[in-house]
Design a protein around this ligand. Structure first.
Ligand code: NDP
Length: 398
């Protein structure tokens, strides 16, 4: 059906490649390209069957990207490198008139800021070129945004309150490790908290607001209000929302390590001089922390991510909770990665499938909640991320 170029051979790229390779009727030709070609080759070898071509590319370099896209001629580029590469890859897609999909919004390297403004600025140019950009198609953002769109379409006349709840109840057996790229992860969880209420953003100190929330099949876990990028597009696309918040679970051990890392300056993103050479502390830290892609082998337990929504249906107040629980062990058995990479890579594959099937294809730049959620929700059930819904339950809002 279509040709796809995956950029980035980390934990998420591994899952995307595995899942696409298993669907030859949709993904007839697949190329995996990244900074380090040997990593692409290792993934391709593990998948076998000559399903995956590989290439080396520096995704910070637009001419290199353009040359690769021109030689392979994909229908879609799936960007699972780092958020820093979003704009260069979008530039290369524009130049070659190729559609684009990613899982995380652009961030400048020198400023930890999660905003869609840089990518939304491509709207006119993508529209004029007649190509599609699908933004934020992982789990959160991604599935959580589709869950919200599905709830708004089928279960509510108006949605008023949204809590996105993200629990990782897994144990990888390491003293400290991050579940995806450490640099991006630590930048995200150490920033100030922020939520939407009554038409404006309310800022909090990092981890200032927290409480135990009950997760299905898992039980209570201390959950911290943090800012997460899908809140920005969801409050824009669902203007009836009076409040939108994002909660993530952290263990005490994790938070203690994080506090020490911050206090000693290792989370810094400004370069410092070390033995006559400039180094960025958080990049050095990444080099000594466990590789998130290697955590899978001993990872036990579950993730549980979902949306808790309150609003109006037929003039009456209604509550709704839609979620997926994913097992680290099952994710590892299928793809050799843990559940955080799995829950990101599977939706990226499904988004690519939606595009190639013509179900999510329109000219311009879109967040995933702007497309029809129904075929995506069906595909989640078929491809390893089944979801469950609960009606009229206590959403633990207060
Ligand atoms: P990893 O760090 O494991 O992998 C990133 C990959 O990108 C590596 O293979 C790396 O190459 C490659 N890369 C980095 N810079 C370049 C470059 N300039 N040119 C070419 N390749 C490059 O990250 P993850 O797989 O954990 O995460 C991938 C993406 O998924 C990130 O953007 C992350 O923010 C996003 N994500 C989204 C989630 C969601 O739910 N929406 C959840 C989790 C992650 P090398 O191997 O040489 O270092």
């Amino acid at each position: 059906m279509g040709k796809v170029l995956i950029i980035g051979a980390g934990g998420v790229g591994t899952v995307v490649a595995h899942k696409m390779a298993a669907l030859p009727e949709v993904f007839s030709e697949i190329m995996l390209a990244s900074r380090t070609k040997s990593k692409c080759d290792a993934i391709a070898k593990k998948i076998g069957g000559n399903r995956i071509k590989t290439a080396q590319v520096d995704a910070d370099n637009v001419p290199q990207l353009v040359a690769l896209i021109r030689s392979f001629k994909p229908d879609l580029v799936v960007n699972v490198a780092l958020p820093y590469q979003d704009l260069t890859i979008m530039d290369a897609c524009l130049e070659t008139e190729t559609s684009y999909l990613d899982t995380a919004n652009y961030e400048p390297k020198d400023e930890a800021k999660f905003e869609y403004k840089w990518q939304w600025a491509y709207q006119e140019r993508f529209k004029n070129a007649g190509i599609t950009a699908i933004l934020g198609c992982g789990f959160d953002p991604g599935v959580t945004s589709v869950f919200t769109a599905y709830a708004a379409k089928h279960h509510f006349d108006e949605i008023h309150y949204l809590d996105i709840v993200d629990c990782n109840a897994g144990d990888h057996g390491k003293a400290f490790a991050t579940n995806f790229n450490p640099e991006i992860n630590i930048r995200e969880v150490t920033q100030k908290g922020k939520y939407w209420e009554n038409g404006k953003w309310v800022e909090t100190e990092p981890h200032e607001i927290h409480k135990p929330l009950n997760y299905p099949e898992i039980g209570p876990k201390e959950s911290y209000l943090i800012y997460h990028e899908e809140l920005e597009s969801l409050v824009k696309n669902f203007p009836t929302l009076k409040r939108a918040r994002f909660w993530m679970t952290f263990g005490q051990e994790y938070l203690t390590h994080l506090r020490v890392i911050q206090n000693i300056g290792m989370a810094g993103i400004e370069p410092v001089m070390y033995e006559g050479k400039e180094i960025v502390p958080i990049q050095f830290l990444k080099a000594v922390l466990p590789n998130p892609g290697d955590l899978g082998e001993n990872y036990k337990g579950w993730t549980s991510i979902g949306c808790r929504i309150k609003g109006l249906k037929d003039g009456k107040e209604k509550t709704y909770y839609v979620y997926n629980n994913c097992s680290h062990e099952a994710a590892y058995a299928e793809t050799g990665t843990q559940a955080v990479s799995y829950t990101t890579g599977v939706p990226a594959m499904i988004g690519a499938m939606m595009y190639l099937k013509g179900l999510w294809k329109k000219a311009g730049v879109f967040n995933v909640e702007e497309f029809n959620p129904d075929p995506f929700m069906d595909a989640l059930n078929q491809h390893g991320l089944p979801w469950h819904e609960l009606h009229d339950v206590n959403l633990e809002f207060e």
